[in-house]
Design a protein around this ligand. Structure first.
Ligand code: ADP
Ligand code: MG
Length: 696
């Protein structure tokens, strides 16, 4: 290949670099690196400062520094375990270096009088400052002290590629940077945001000068980084927007509502819709009148009343002789929907069918038959609904609950399943993870958004206390008092192991011991291994105040509504995530009296758990809790998807870099209007699965 012509770096394979044979090539490929351009976009994840030697009198614990000093003494000692300990001095101060693993030649080298340069983290040890297993090289006495010219980049890597190899590869790659490194952002944009050129940026980030603000770089907040992060976020955002535009080109059945049916439905509800529910319903109704499929995300905190809104959408499908499915991620959630929809829709002569993975063969056959012949108008189930060769007569609407557990690709796959007669079903996606708005708009840029930002009237704030397990007796006293006042109580046992059986056994034991401790209370037990009918009976009896105290596994996380229950104790609360704790706590605070939640924990408490419990204590606001959850766990965990478009970003971190999102959204409009040709180039540069996106 003639590499002297203006071949774009995007086409130039890494194999032209010295040292890249087939084995290294394969390892690079694993990281998605094929070309010189890919390599240059593989940016450091951290930096070290080896540009200056720090005098020992200036070092502080926690710093990662280069020092130069002479060995004053060197010994192999047993201090718990065998170790090589050397005391160093540079005339200004002292430092101990410690090796737990060392060989004979190291031992022989690190002798008194030996001069060396070390690099490592300073910590505070038994005898003053020390470094454990520092990197070091020996220095001859007459050798002038030479230091690195740039901050040392540390690259994200994979097994078998050392930092040394990365630096060698990058320094070769940088020599090509003048050849065809394509600037994708239009000049007016670069100017507007005062962005540096791509070349400047890459040179700086691979080789920051000694005076570069190292902490800013490590935090990913340097303007040069921000410029690239901006570009990456833009690529993802544009790509999701394109998905959405493409969806608009598809056609769907227009679902107008039969006014009388809607009216009847609303009349029989025991409550009035909140203003927020009405507004959101209107947004959905407008969508359903379009000739292209609705793709709408409905956000709303636990208990905000999303289900009833989705039922209204379902009525639109039914009004037009079409079918609707309502899908939940777990059997329990799906069962809860089944109960609600039957209760609401059967009085209106609408046939609601249940399709779960656990149906018996005969029931299943019958259900499949009525789904196929159209007798079943509304079908409720888990997502197994779509994996089992179900044939719909005329599916026009899909309601997907708890969307955050599914990703972009699943969303697309689902839509394909509903494809029929050149038409796609409308999609309403509901999530109780109240993702901060700007973040949601980016992570789900392929969807329209509606938010129920108001709870039904009468919900009370819950006062939350966090108590160590050794205060259990106080808690028991509190329960006794609550029962005495005829208020009801939940006691939630959390997962012991990843085993439902063990969890249920633990709940049984707890129920037994609480019965003994509280002989005057009526105690019931509910757990996931009971039959549905059995669970229903207990819940109904609890609601009818036949029990004072309900010991439960986390099955009550969903859908149970008992306004008189105003105290909840969560055992081993430290084991649960924020989202789950928030869901659980949403079960109380529904009545007219003040509610209390006691989070019991087992010591010792990890730092993460302690943070979570303190957040729960301070806030009842689902949005605040979700934001903290994102900060602690990161978007991949919370949004529940490893899909490109949300995570799988190379340098951007959608939480850390949230501040850029409004700009990204603004700029994307301009790009779509005036620079559409760069969109595929941006996607190609930044998105691994760009090809997959292109197909849909
Ligand atoms: P989520 O948004 O968490 O799915 P649900 O749809 O399960 O919430 O609603 C929670 C509870 O609030 C249910 O018992 C439901 O019947 C009730 N509810 C819904 N809307 C209203 C309203 N406007 N007024 C009073 N109660 C309502
Ligand atoms: Mg719900």
């Amino acid at each position: 290949m003639d590499i002297t012509t203006s071949t774009s770096l995007a086409k130039m394979p890494c194999t032209i670099l010295k040292g890249v044979g087939s084995s290294l090539q394969a390892k690079l490929q694993k990281l998605g690196i094929e070309t010189i351009q890919d390599l240059l976009f593989h940016l450091p994840r951290a930096y070290q400062d080896r540009t200056r030697i720090v005098p020992l009198r200036c070092i502080r614990p926690g710093q990662v520094v280069a020092i130069e000093a002479k060995v004053k003494s060197s010994d192999v000692l047993f201090q718990g375990r065998r170790q090589l300990i050397c005391l160093l001095s540079d005339g200004s101060g002292f430092l101990t270096i410690r090796f737990f693993h060392f060989n004979r030649s190291q031992y022989n080298n690190l002798k008194t009088g030996f001069r060396l340069r070390c690099f490592g983290e300073v910590r505070f040890g038994k005898n003053g400052y020390e470094m454990i297993h520092p990197e070091y090289v020996g220095i001859l006495d007459d050798q002038p002290a030479s230091v690195e010219e740039y901050l040392t980049p540390v690259y994200p890597t994979t097994e078998g590629i050392s930092q040394y190899s990365w630096r060698r590869l990058q320094s070769q790659a940088l020599q090509w940077i003048d050849r065809g490194m394509q600037e994708l952002l239009p000049p007016n944009l670069l100017q507007k945001f005062k962005f540096s050129t791509l070349k400047e940026t890459l040179l700086y980030l691979h080789r920051p000068p000694p005076d570069a603000p190292i902490q800013l770089l490590i935090d990913g907040k340097h303007p040069f980084q921000a410029r690239l992060i901006f570009e990456e976020l833009l690529a993802h955002y544009l790509s999701l927007r394109k998905l959405r535009e493409n969806a608009k080109k598809h056609s769907a059945v227009v679902l107008s509502a039969e006014g009388a049916l809607i009216k009847k439905f609303l009349q029989q509800l025991p409550f009035q819709l909140t203003a927020a529910q009405q507004r959101v319903y209107q947004e959905i109704a407008d969508d359903l009148l379009q000739t292209h499929p609705m793709m709408r995300l409905l956000q709303g905190d636990v208990g905000s009343g999303k289900t009833v809104v989705s039922a209204l959408a379902v009525l639109h499908a039914v009004s037009n002789g079409c079918q609707a499915v309502v899908m939940a991620p777990t059997e329990l959630l799906a069962e809860q929907h089944l109960k609600n929809f039957k209760q609401w829709l059967e009085p209106l002569d609408i046939k609601v069918a249940w399709l779960s993975g656990q149906l018996k063969a005969k029931e299943r056959r019958e259900t499949l038959a009525i789904i196929e012949n159209g007798e079943a108008q509304v079908i409720i189930g888990t997502h197994a609904l779509f994996q089992e060769g179900v044939e719909f007569k005329r599916l026009a609407l899909m309601v997907v609950d708890e969307q955050h557990r599914f990703g972009v690709h699943q969303r697309l796959a689902l839509r394909e399943k509903g494809y029929h007669d050149n038409q796609y079903p409308h999609q309403l996606i509901m999530t109780a993870t109240p993702i901060p708005r700007t973040l949601a708009m980016s992570a789900y840029a392929d969807l329209d958004h509606s938010i129920i930002d108001e709870l039904p009237p009468g919900r009370k704030l819950v006062t939350t206390t966090v108590l160590s397990n050794n205060r259990r007796n106080d808690v028991i006293a509190r329960i006794r008092q609550a029962c005495h006042e005829k208020r009801q109580v939940y006691w939630v046992c959390t997962l012991i192991e990843e085993s439902e059986i063990l969890q249920c056994q633990a709940a049984e034991k707890t129920a037994e011991s609480l019965k003994q401790l509280l002989p005057e209370c009526h105690v019931a037990l509910i757990h996931g291994r009971m039959k549905s009918a059995e669970k229903d009976k207990i819940m109904q009896d609890f609601k009818a105040k036949q029990y004072d105290l309900l010991v439960a596994t986390t099955v009550i996380e969903v859908g149970v509504d008992v306004p008189n229950a105003s105290l909840m104790v969560v055992e081993n609360a430290e084991r649960l995530g924020l989202a789950q704790l928030h869901q659980l706590r949403g079960r109380i605070g529904r009545g007219s009296v003040g509610s209390y939640c006691v989070l019991l924990y087992q010591q010792p408490l990890s730092e993460g758990a302690s943070k979570r419990l303190s957040i729960m204590r301070k806030s009842c606001d689902g949005f605040v809790i979700a934001q903290k959850d994102l900060e602690i766990r990161g978007p991949g965990e919370v949004l529940g998807t490893k899909q490109a478009g949300i995570v799988g970003m190379r340098i951007a971190n959608i939480v850390r870099d949230q501040y850029l999102l409004p700009k990204v959204q603004e700029v994307s409009l301009e790009i779509i209007r005036h620079h559409a040709s760069i969109i595929p180039l941006l996607e190609h540069r930044w998105i691994e699965s760009a090809e997959d996106y292109g197909r849909v």
